[in-house]
Design a protein around this ligand. Sequence first.
Ligand code: 3PG
Length: 389
Amino acid sequence: ILRMTDLDLTGKRVLIREDLNVPIDADGRITSEQRITAALPTLKLALEKGAAVMVMSHRGRPTEGEWRSEDSLAPVAARLSELLGIEVPLVRDWVGGVPVEPGQLVLLENCRMNVGEKKDDEALSKAYAALCDVFVMDAFGTAHRAQASTHGVIRHAKVAAGGPLLMAELDALGKALDNPARPLLAIVAGSKVSTKLELLSSLVSKVDQLIVGGGIANTFIAAMGHGVGKSLVETDLVDTAKKIMADAKARGADIPVPTDVVVAPAFAADAPATVKPVDAVGADDMILDIGPDTAARYAAMIGRAGTVVWNGPVGVFEFDAFGKGTEALARAIAASNAFSIAGGGDTLAAVDKYGIEDGVSYISTGGGAFLEFLEGKELPAVAALAARG
Ligand code: 3PG
């Protein structure tokens, strides 16, 4: 893949696809700007190299062909202006041409408002390509989408390159999965096995230890023959969980199951939390976190790991009473010498809550893209870049 860092961009019109799809509340406030700050070095570099910079991103999932203020990237343009210290105009109608000079940077309005964007339309892809001398794909978070701004334009641009953020993501994830320092430990947690089934099935053939948490762990606890009371559980996937455990065992990998859990009678912040051995969960209990013994055991495993891949909180950490397990694992990751990677919206919220940003080796900007990479899938935008050489 051609790298943007290797290109002379002096006086060139450079179109950069970023993933600036950040959460914005009803008052137009950006609630997490991680994706914006992650894109900044790329944008600064393009300006330093003397390019006329056009930044393209989607936001949300708007109806094509319609402009609505709630889909606008206006709050992102305002924040970019502050962070870059230069005026960043938001260009509303831009497919036919963009007024921008070398040394300037403009943000193009939400590309998903363009008809044909999502279906990777050929004519739209060519129109994007015609805007620039060089197209830079830097949106790792959207690299799993084969759309006009992530995939089609790469095929038609005069020059197509990978941006520094995209390349850093691919390098970090490759380091964790392709030739990891061992033991390789993955934490896969979240509410449902069904949404992470492919991930679990793929990782089980690579990892030395696979810690499951949240609702996913409940299905594994049920697979061990324990009662889970009123907990979130997918009974139809208990056999699948058994198979994943058997596959792991067959290759000497370990899927530890909690020995103690934190239960409550209801899913609520003020519900009374009780620690119970995993074989003593009552019919009216809901499992909302791993217990302290389990957290200590998992933390010790993290301490011995060479590589840690973290996706998903192991308990309902939004409620403090049920966040101790996630906090213990987060602190263990921060304290360990392992090469660690964290990704996914809930995971990043946990990283933020426990203030361990500096203790994680690499924080991915990808949600779905991060999962698909870990699942071993080819990301269409990356494949298109590779095909251009
Ligand atoms: C994300 O938030 O995961 C990316 O921005 C992709 O968004 P999408 O799922 O709407 O394609």
